[in-house]
Design a protein around this ligand. Structure first.
Ligand code: AMP
Length: 380
């Protein structure tokens, strides 16, 4: 830390450089938040023109295994963070001796592997549904015998937006699912008959101070997040429990940065942890427009060592992802609306399933609580 007059809080001074591994939309929005706080964002990614690269103050286009490029990156930045959890852990292992990495490699490793994640949730005291590790075909039968059907067979690594998983409803589903997913390491989870999907996001500083955002309800279409409602229209104690779970997890991980936790809400009001992401999360995009301090701003503050204020939500919000060509085509109409904040990610090719942007409709505080059908409040 340099250049700060006495009496100011510790942390990186304006003009410092935040290194961001990954060049996608989360990196873009983090870089913009860094710029708002007077920082420079140096984006490191293999792709030259990703959403993050377009708004970066400095760029490195190189592979995650390029030791020379990583060393030069470490020398050029004051702190490193990452915007997607499939950055190889070895990349952070290379960087960590050279420059502070926040969050550290441990949170990345746990978030990359569903089995480690489940074990960590259990050790941290978070409720999870029944699960078994599956290493061979007889192991799948044994896991089914223990857990029952329906169940969900998932790859333990590199699965996202529903990729790398199969729902098993009858014994006839086992062989096709096995053939498709093995020989990758697998986990079998009980199928959770959830009432809603909910997420909660925490920001935690190096001093252990932790703030949380209002819990969010998330609706998916074709396994991709479609709609987020904030605050989630769920009873207050359930929302408080979701926030407590993510804060507890951030503490157990000793995480510095932002952490998202996805949960299933059962009809009886219980929550089960599904998965975590040690980074800003799609279900927190509404915070850009409905809070004084967004998830990206608090992520930057945490990694830069600045204080973490309460996010101060000033509106209710409905966020819709713009996924693929049809959804993206709505942008001119959305741009014309006064009650909608439009965010486009600068991607040139609107392929099916690709997240092109999002739109957040702001509503007065309390509007979601009193709406007879909150899901009818589509921003589109
Ligand atoms: P995931 O990649 O684990 O977030 O799973 C993607 C989506 O699949 C979730 O958001 C749920 O809608 C659904 N899903 C995943 N796991 C389960 C489960 N064990 N039971 C029921 N639905 C699930």
């Amino acid at each position: 830390m340099t250049g700060l007059p006495p009496g100011l809080p510790p942390g990186l001074p304006p003009g410092a450089t935040i290194g961001i591994l990954g060049g996608g939309q989360l990196g873009r929005m983090s870089a913009l938040a860094a710029a708002a706080l007077g920082y420079r964002a140096h984006v490191y990614a293999p792709e030259p023109d990703g959403p993050g690269m377009q708004v970066a103050a400095a760029r490195t286009v190189a592979g995650y295994d390029d030791a020379a490029a990583l060393a030069a990156f470490a020398a050029a930045v004051d702190v490193v963070t990452f915007e997607f959890e499939n950055v190889p852990a070895a990349t952070l292992d290379t960087l960590a001796p050279l420059v502070p990495c926040r969050p550290g490699v441990e949170a990345l490793r746990i978030g990359q592997d569903r089995i480690r994640e489940k074990r960590f949730f259990e050790a941290a005291g978070l409720p999870v549904g029944p699960w078994r590790e599956v290493t061979d075909r007889p192991g799948l039968d044994a896991a089914i015998a223990a857990i029952g059907l329906p169940a969900v067979l998932k790859t333990t690594r590199l699965g996202y937006d529903g990729r790398g998983q199969a729902v098993l409803r009858s014994p006839a589903d086992l062989d096709p699912a096995w053939d498709r997913l093995h020989p990758r390491p697998l986990i079998l989870e009980a199928f959770i008959p959830f009432e809603r999907e909910v997420s909660a996001i925490a920001a935690r500083g190096a001093d252990g101070a932790c703030v949380t955002f209002d819990a969010t309800e998330n609706r998916h279409r074709d396994h991709i997040l479609d709609l987020s409602l904030a605050p989630a229209p769920i009873p207050d104690p359930v929302a408080a429990a979701a926030r407590a779970h993510v804060a507890r997890l951030a503490q157990a991980l000793d995480l510095v940065g932002v952490l998202a936790l996805e949960l299933f809400l059962l009809p009886d009001g219980r929550l089960l942890a599904n998965e975590m992401a040690p980074r800003p999360h799609n279900s927190g995009h509404w915070t850009l427009d409905a809070c004084l301090h967004s998830q990206f701003a608090l992520h930057v503050r945490a990694v830069a060592g600045l204080p973490l204020p309460d996010p101060h939500r000033h509106h209710d919000a409905v966020m819709r992802n713009l996924v693929g060509p049809e959804s993206h085509a709505a942008w001119p109409a959305l741009a014309a609306r006064g009650d909608v904040a439009l965010h486009l990610y600068g991607k040139s090719d609107a392929r099916p399933g690709r997240k092109m942007g999002h739109a957040t409709r702001l509503l007065p505080l309390g509007a979601l609580d009193s709406a007879p059908d909150p899901h009818g409040l589509s921003p589109l």
